[in-house]
Design a protein around this ligand. Structure first.
Ligand SMILES: Nc1ncnc2c1ncn2[C@@H]1O[C@H](COP(=O)(O)OP(=O)(O)OP(=O)(O)O)[C@@H](O)[C@H]1O
Ligand SMILES: [Mg+2]
Length: 455
């Protein structure tokens, strides 16, 4: 008997040691084969209690049989009793029903059927409570078909350490980082042509621009910059920039040039009977232009009234580029700490054209509102909750109204500068871009527009 007990003990210890080794050496397969089934069994078993605690259950009346003790015969000396079955109505908690769970490398996804009268917002409000109850990093609620939501559960934060290459090998597409779902964050300018990149100082705006430059530099496109912070941010990338404006006057000229490029492309498309440049034959298709604007507020701020005209011209130029850019392959990536109506007329119209949104950590709720305000209120809450210790974390939203937490891969200035130098030979000359049917309009040789190339 004692020998059998020892054998059982040895087998148990060996199994535990084997499981521990498996978990350490191959955590992915361990999670799918052992971790997830065990975790799900526990989630399923405790769901009625958790759902009630998170106020997601509904009280339902149920008929229950019970035994009632009733007196049968009563004499002066004694009473005899009997039992009688009786139907009672009792209120019980009924938890919403789960669909089939699907394990993911980071956790699991599971559909839940809403009770009558429930809406996805009820689950969003309970998401944090669910995460605590299940001991996981986060629970995201995605609306599914009517009457159903999908819970995306992440055991750990996938954005703690993001490693990805911004290069995708696909034209006008970059991979600046990773989404909270563990999927790559893909920025496809052909689908979403204009982006607003907002956030407080040191929140990660320039790092995102670095990643975009790193991803786009090897592609056959032109990059153009506006940097009114004295050019300190974008000048290091000058070898890969076809033009860079660092002064207000330079910005006006550069925008004038971009508008003339757009007008030429319009004429070209009209002549060829095409609706956009992508319908043109490849041999005459003009090169795509990606315009990077650093600290957009600098373009709109006026020191005195004498600058009023230039600011108005800048606002109109940017808006025209945004409106016409999609069809004629000119794309805008606008970065700034704030982009609100307080900057002046035209800003709100420009913002509404920038349908791709990236909102890094913000200091004030208004900036989150300005960047994401026309989207789901939960996106705003998520933006306000980004801690200062995680620069590069942002809320990314597209025009279909969906949003996700994401983090850029850390591409330093040195790496972006190195990419700019490595692919400098792919930089189209501004004079080639501007050469057109309608004739050049920008002052091509103006040093404010066309920076001297770094060796
Ligand atoms: N994805 C990231 N992962 C890790 N660290 C990051 C990430 N993004 C940014 N950082 C860190 O945060 C610092 C500030 O980032 P960045 O310069 O991009 O902020 P910013 O919003 O452009 O600030 P400013 O408004 O002052 O120009 C960087 O030096 C970098 O160390
Ligand atoms: Mg910056």
């Amino acid at each position: 008997m004692a020998a059998e007990n020892v054998l059982v003990l040895v087998v148990l210890v060996a199994a535990a040691a084997g499981a521990a080794a498996w978990r350490r050496l191959a955590p992915g397969s361990f999670w799918f084969c052992v971790g997830f089934p065990v975790r799900w069994a526990w989630v399923f078993a405790t769901w009625p209690k958790v759902a009630a605690g998170c106020k997601l259950s509904r009280k339902r009346n149920r008929l229950r049989w019970s035994l009632e003790v009733v007196p049968l015969v009563s004499t002066s000396a004694s009473t005899s009793y009997t039992q009688r079955r009786k139907v009672r109505t009792v209120a019980v908690d009924k938890a919403p029903r789960f669909g089939l769970p699907r394990p993911t490398s980071l956790g699991w996804r599971v559909g839940v059927r809403l009770h009558d009268g429930q809406v996805p917002a009820d689950y969003q409000a309970a998401a944090e409570r669910l995460a605590h109850a299940w001991g996981v990093h986060s629970v995201r609620v995605l609306p599914d078909k009517p009457g159903r939501v999908v819970l995306v559960v992440n055991r750990v934060d996938p954005l703690t350490d993001v490693t990805a290459s911004p290069e995708t090998g696909e034209l006008l597409t970059v991979r600046p980082g990773m989404l909270e779902t563990g999927m790559p964050w893909i920025m496809d300018l052909k689908v979403m042509p204009h982006w607003l990149n907002a956030g407080a100082t040191q929140s990660g705006k320039s790092t995102l621009v670095n990643a975009i430059i790193r991803g786009l530099a090897p592609q056959p496109i032109a990059l153009v910059g506006f940097d009114l912070k004295g050019g300190v941010e974008l000048t290091p990338y000058a070898p890969r920039l076809s033009a860079l404006a660092t002064t207000r006057a330079g910005s006006v000229r550069l925008l004038d040039g971009l508008v003339s490029i757009l007008e030429d492309r319009m004429t070209l498309c009209r002549t060829a009977g095409a609706r956009n440049v992508w319908q043109l034959p490849e041999e005459i298709r003009p090169v795509p232009v990606v315009v990077l604007v650093d600290e957009v507020a600098e373009l709109f701020l006026m020191a005195d009234k004498s600058e009023k005209d230039e600011v108005a011209k800048t606002a109109t130029g940017l808006l025209r580029v945004a409106q016409l850019g999609r069809a004629f392959a000119v794309y805008l990536i606008v970065s700034g700490q704030r982009i609100g109506s307080d900057l002046g007329p035209g800003v709100t119209a420009l913002r509404s054209q920038l349908s791709g949104r990236v909102c890094h950590r913000v200091n004030d709720p208004e900036t989150a509102n300005m960047t994401l305000g026309d989207l789901d209120p939960a996106a705003l809450d998520a933006a306000r909750a980004i801690p200062a210790e995680t620069p590069g974390v942002a809320i990314v939203a597209g025009q279909d109204g969906t949003w996700s937490r994401a983090r850029t891969v850390l591409i330093t200035e040195d790496e972006a500068e190195h990419a700019a130098k490595t692919f400098a030979h792919l930089t189209p000359a501004w004079s080639d871009l501007i050469r057109s049917l309608t004739g050049p309009r920008a002052t091509v040789d103006d040093p404010a527009v066309h920076p001297p190339r770094a060796a």
